[in-house]
Design a binder for this molecule. Structure first.
Ligand code: FAD
Length: 623
């Protein structure tokens, strides 16, 4: 039976990719269905209750700049906010917030339920309807059919999911949720390359059984950072501290004694796990010389007794988990509320996707999130937004929405996945971006809000607030450029003690801010020069643009230079072995990846700049 009228877009899965995909499509006017296992788990955090961090915070700000939900939800659900790398340059500064799991989920649910053009339906999707290599709809567990022109699959760790605790294992999508078996089998029959990955999570502890007096408290920053460009401190709930403790030699001995019953070390788990979020058994193995590892003791919520011990993810047998937890300072009497576990699941090789996240083999079918081999809520949300927007644009017969690597971390993420694929769960780092100085958290709105507005992702309120900020920044920059301070200026007696070299000729305020020892806020605190901008976000923008202008210009010039070759096309049937000087390995890699452009060829791992030069010389000669 077909239920409802045909939809424009169906999104399967209400996790982090699914909610951003459904919201994006609906914001753009597409009649959208969000079909998910369980409406109660929309926006659920499967693992650590936190949003952001280095590279990930950048993605959250970009999602926000394009009108997405994640940043606003964490502003309403965050119970401890910090700016990481605050003493370093603006490119690597990143916001991170501890979440109250329930408040975060409620905030996402509210945004989803208030989104026009978005319908919800609770059922498992067991099948996809494909007609002439084109998607036509989906079928649910009870045989209901929904029609749509575009379908976005965002089913996370659920495809063929197997949960491991020691040598015990059972099928599951994550603890407490069923796996997607029928859909996994259906997708495996399609011509996509598929493999298995693994991820894990620590045991959750009962806060009432922990001794916080021997742990080191870690309060949030003051003033409290805000995530969304539309957010405010007033949205935040009560703020509380996290704590820090450590593993010790005894913990490591207990772990080693349990390795003969570890699913990872006995070969029961075959999927590769996240290198940068390793299990504790992996850590003591890889860093055998370290006698201790840090554990962040993170509350799961304001009204929850559960605690997430960040740093001891494990799939060891439960008895070993109990002993290892109780060997840690402050955890001597800990009660485990939920055991730690690992999960193995199917993922699809993202090289079988276009940059829009549409699959290359089935027209109108999009994949986003963990299904593409990534890990993390932020990576999932970013892909969801791009896939949802493109699914809607396809229905509206408009040009695709693509972001370049020099424009957004989202562009880096999708280009990395579609060009290079991944062999292990992929997470974002600032080091993955070539142009980090341009891709800062603070300017995500300047980079993206206007492009989002153009395709209908950004609503009137956000657009008005963005324009007001831009105007304020522009006006202030003009004032700083045209306001002169001469040696007899009334401000000089207050100003000189702050400067390495006193004012001995006329300077603009802009020149003074450019000095390393001077800040915008210090200058504005001087009566005759201030008060300047009262909005700290706009003020930060003014300062960064002035202080880093030289570096930013250099990076823009570099982009212009590489851009010349970026779009140079490579024929799909190009015979790389005819280029003399290329190593066999490079020829094999290029022949396998078949990059569409020289820019993409340059980003394949192992393809050196020297190889690209040879390729360019060849193309010039024979082109
Ligand atoms: P999910 O959040 O998994 O959402 C998938 C959604 O799809 C769910 O709502 C599900 O119910 C629904 N669904 C699935 N199949 C169907 C179907 N057939 N029909 C209808 N609905 C369906 N990330 C980190 O960054 N660091 C970590 O250390 C980490 N550890 C993890 C440990 C575990 C045990 C798990 C489970 C996840 C972990 N993650 C970790 C990953 C993080 O949870 C995911 O990256 C993120 O949730 C992916 O978002 P998603 O939207 O792709 O999928």
């Amino acid at each position: 039976m077909f239920y409802q009228q045909p939809f424009d877009v169906i999104v399967v899965g209400g996790g982090h990719a699914g909610t951003e995909a459904a919201l994006a499509a609906a914001r753009m006017g597409a009649n959208t269905l969000l079909l998910t296992h369980n409406i109660e788990t929309i926006g659920q955090m499967s693992c650590n209750p936190a949003i952001g961090g280095i590279g990930k915070g950048h993605l959250v700000k970009e999602i926000d700049a394009l009108g997405g939900a994640m940043a606003l939800a964490i502003d309403q659900g965050g119970i401890q906010f910090r700016t990481l790398n605050s003493s370093k340059g603006p490119a690597v500064r990143a916001t991170r917030a501890q979440a109250d799991r329930t408040l975060y989920r409620q905030a996402i649910r509210k945004i989803v339920e208030n989104q026009p053009n978005l319908t919800l339906f609770q059922q498992s999707c067991d099948d996809v309807i494909i007609e002439n290599n084109r998607i036509a709809g989906v079928v649910t567990q009870m045989g209901l059919k929904f029609k749509a022109k575009s379908v976005v699959l965002t089913v996370g760790t659920f495809l063929g999911g197997t949960i491991h605790i020691g040598l015990e294992n059972y099928r599951g999508g994550r603890a407490g949720d069923p796996p997607s078996i029928a859909l996994a089998e259906r997708l495996r029959a399609l011509p996509f390359r598929v493999d298995r990955l693994k991820t894990g999570t620590p045991a959750r502890l009962d806060a009432r059984t922990l001794d916080y007096s021997v742990m080191q408290p870690q309060p949030g920053d003051a003033p409290t950072p805000v995530f969304s460009f539309m957010g405010s401190r007033e949205m935040h709930p009560q703020q509380i501290s996290c704590y820090i403790t450590h593993t010790n030699e005894r913990t490591h001995d207990i772990i080693r004694s349990g390795l003969d019953r570890s699913p990872m070390y006995t070969g029961v788990i075959e999927g590769i796990g996240p290198r940068y979020c390793p299990s504790i058994e992996d850590k003591i193995n890889r860093f055998a010389d370290k006698s201790s590892h840090q554990i962040f003791v993170e509350p799961e919520g304001l009204n929850s007794i559960e605690v997430y011990p960040n740093g001891i993810s494990t799939s060891l047998p439960f008895d070993v988990q109990v002993d290892l937890v109780r060997s840690i300072r402050g955890f001597e009497n800990a009660h485990i509320v939920r055991p730690g576990y690992a999960i193995e699941y199917d993922f699809f090789d993202p090289r079988d996707l276009k940059q829009t996240l549409e699959t290359k083999f089935i027209e109108g079918l999009y994949f986003a999130g963990q299904i593409n081999g990534t890990t993390g809520y932020e990576e999932a949300g970013a892909q969801g937004l791009i896939a949802g927007a493109n699914a809607a644009l396809r229905v509206q017969q408009k040009d695709p929405f693509l972001l370049r690597r020099d424009q957004a971390y989202m562009g880096v993420l999708i280009d990395d996945l579609a060009t290079m694929g991944t062999k292990e769960p992929y997470r974002m780092f600032t080091s993955r971006a070539e142009y980090r100085l341009l891709l800062r958290e603070d300017n995500a709105d300047i980079r993206l809000t206007a492009v989002g507005r153009e395709i209908g992702l950004v609503d009137d309120d956000r657009w008005a607030a963005f324009n007001a900020k831009l105007e304020a920044v522009e006006r202030e920059q003009q004032r700083l450029r045209s306001h002169w301070v001469h040696p007899d200026h009334v401000a000089v007696p207050e100003l000189n003690p702050m400067l390495k070299n006193p004012v001995n000729r006329e300077h603009t305020l802009e020149e003074l801010i450019r000095r390393p020892e001077m800040t915008y806020s210090a200058l504005m605190a001087i009566d005759s020069l201030g008060p300047g901008l009262t909005d700290p976000i706009a003020a930060e923008q003014v300062e960064i643009q002035i202080k880093y202008a030289g570096y930013i210009t250099r990076q823009l010039e570099e982009i212009a230079k590489t851009q010349r070759h970026e779009n140079t096309l490579l024929p799909m049937d190009f015979n790389y072995s005819q280029i003399s000087g290329l190593s066999n390995e490079v020829v094999a890699k290029l022949s396998e990846a078949r990059p569409e452009t020289v820019g993409k060829a340059a980003r394949i791992s192992g393809i050196t700049p020297a190889a690209i030069s040879l390729l360019l010389v060849y193309l010039k000669k024979h082109g």
